[in-house]
Design a protein around this ligand. Structure first.
Ligand SMILES: Cc1cc2nc3c(=O)[nH]c(=O)nc-3n(C[C@H](O)[C@H](O)[C@H](O)COP(=O)(O)O)c2cc1C
Length: 314
């Protein structure tokens, strides 16, 4: 099985990926959060600079519905040494979909087809797609799949939810992924709601042919998850805790080196604790203190207390 780290805008930028790769290092591919600007801005450039992504296979991602823009961005990305790029057809955020981008583009199959025709005609890189299965009805999926079949995609990453499902619980459309498995010639990757080892096992049971899974929030909550799945053990909580602490220190250092002032670093770390916190027994008291921390010294005390006094939930 190959494991991919999902792109998560605002969270899995290069500082996160670098710390993760150093401490866990077990992802076959990392996907960078989407790039939208026709001319890459400094933040987008820093995120994909080879020296910030050493030792890992990074796939940059583009979010647009204009072939001309896609090609211009791909051309610029290529200058940094990349030969693969991913197209985002999954983002459900209203600011994106209202302009028919991300999963909003799935509402316009004819335009999408034309867009793909244009980019496949002249893109000098191999292109993969990360997609949802439609806008508001699973019935849309067969037509979209047919369109994807026409093009030589490097791979097709499917998050089997509709745009309107957003991230609501129990809205995975298993049948849609099955349909793709049965009918698509593309190399498929499953993405969605793998947040523990059992979730992963259920996916593999349902789709025994699966060779690639992409994990997003599951990694944010349990950065050791891929290791746990790979090792097949479920009991080594103290080892994972030690690794998690090391990862936390590395990440904190990464943000402190890059950002000015405690405030910005703490903003980033607190955002992550919304996910990480769910993996500790009785985290509430510590989360409150972490959220209220104004200085890194104070923050460190409460993180230390949490690691000392509570266990991980595996
Ligand atoms: C905070 C956040 C940011 C995200 N940013 C991106 C993004 O930049 N590009 C993308 O294709 N998907 C993005 N996603 C979607 C994830 O990559 C992934 O498809 C989704 O979370 C489902 O997988 P999961 O259940 O394993 O998290 C984002 C999701 C979250 C929660």
């Amino acid at each position: 099985m190959q494991f991919y780290m999902a792109p998560m805008e605002g969270i899995t930028g290069y500082i996160y990926r670098k710390a993760y790769h150093k401490c866990f290092g077990n992802m076959d591919r990392y996907f960078a959060p989407f790039i939208m600007s026709r001319r890459l801005n400094q933040k987008e450039i820093r995120d994909i600079l080879p020296e910030n992504n050493e030792g890992m296979e990074l796939i940059p991602q583009i979010l647009t519905n204009r072939a001309e823009d896609f090609l211009a961005i791909a051309k610029e990305i290529r200058q940094y040494g990349y030969d693969k790029v991913n197209l985002n057809l999954g983002c459900p955020s209203p600011t994106v979909t209202s302009r028919n981008r991300g999963s909003g583009f799935l509402a316009l199959p004819k335009e999408l087809d034309r867009f793909l025709e244009e980019i496949f005609e002249s893109c000098p890189m191999t292109v993969s797609i990360k997609t949802r299965i439609g806008v508001e009805d699973e019935e849309e999926w067969p037509q979209l799949l047919e369109i994807f079949e026409k093009y030589p995609l490097e791979e097709l990453i499917i998050h089997p939810r509709l745009k309107t499902d957003q991230y609501k619980k129990n809205t995975i459309h298993w049948e849609a992924f099955k349909k793709a498995e049965e009918s698509s010639r593309h190399s498929l990757c499953y993405n969605g709601d793998i947040v523990c080892k059992e979730d992963y096992e259920k996916v593999v049971q349902r789709f025994p042919g699966t060779e690639k899974v992409m994990i997003g929030r599951g990694i944010l909550k349990k950065p050791w998850l891929a290791e746990e799945i790979r090792n097949g053990d479920k009991k080594d909580s103290s080892r994972y805790k030690e690794e998690l602490f090391g990862f936390h220190e590395e990440l904190l250092k990464g943000y402190m080196d890059y950002m000015s002032g405690d405030r910005n670093t703490l903003y980033k770390m607190k955002e992550l604790w919304a996910y990480l916190g769910t993996s500790f027994t009785n985290p509430e008291r510590y989360m409150k203190k972490i959220r209220k921390s104004q200085h890194i010294s104070e923050y460190r005390i409460w993180v230390g207390n949490l690691f000392r006094e509570q266990d991980l939930i595996l």
